[in-house]
Design a protein around this ligand. Sequence first.
Ligand SMILES: C[S@@+](CC[C@H](N)C(=O)[O-])C[C@H]1O[C@@H](n2cnc3c(N)ncnc32)[C@H](O)[C@@H]1O
Length: 257
Amino acid sequence: MDRKALARISAFIYREFGIRVHDSRNYVLEAKLGRLLAKEGYPDLPLFCDRLESGEPGLRELLARYITTGHTFFFREKDHFAFLAETIKRKGPAEPLIWCAASSTGEEAYSISITLLEAGIANYRIVASDLNPGVLAKFNAGLYAKSCFREMPRDYQRRYFLKAEDDCLKPLPGLRSRISIKRINIMDRVSFPRRFDYIFCRNMLIYFDEKSRRQALGRLMENLETGGLLFLGHTEAILDAPPGLIRVKNAIYRKTI
Ligand SMILES: C[S@@+](CC[C@H](N)C(=O)[O-])C[C@H]1O[C@@H](n2cnc3c(N)ncnc32)[C@H](O)[C@@H]1O
């Protein structure tokens, strides 16, 4: 693959999405871009780069669709969900507002939802967002293969999901209706009508470098209530948290300002 074009596209991905592709992982990027060019009918990478950099509508989203990693499953790193439910039960708020900021196909948002309902907390809302329109289309379609359920108690599967086509399960409408799905790039400035009480942004920052991680944390903090909690992935603990963010436990941080 054309080296110059590969460097251009790596720079674009970093600048626009915050994702740093290390040289040692270039072969993975090449494979993903190869699929994009073949499936979308582009003869070569330099031409795709020219059109991307000229701001052609839809190409930024198309690129995000091919290059991100959306691996997820229900009840991943599940101690966080139990901690959230305990915290809400102990000290509210009455109508918790939760942002799942790198939701991928939705398993994380549904795990939060089920845990809260099981704890007797029903008055919550979840905004779930991701950069990749492809994973959000799957989230909206709401069909989950049995393999996504390996960490979910069987009993929950039975009570919160219905049998659907292709041997898949789909969430009950009452579960789905508490979640709003949006496309949001965390690197863009975004504001909501109300700040969130809790933000989950797990297993996304591992793809970022120090600079873009700081920028993303800034975006998340802008949208978090004072006293609110930020949940990162278990391997994403920040050693030198920015001012106004203190560690509570295991990749969970409280905003203090
Ligand atoms: C590995 S998945 C994590 C899913 C889920 N949070 C979990 O922990 O299982 C990472 C997600 O981050 C999303 N992502 C990457 N860069 C992003 C950005 N700049 N803004 C929003 N989402 C992004 C990807 O599209 C992908 O769906």
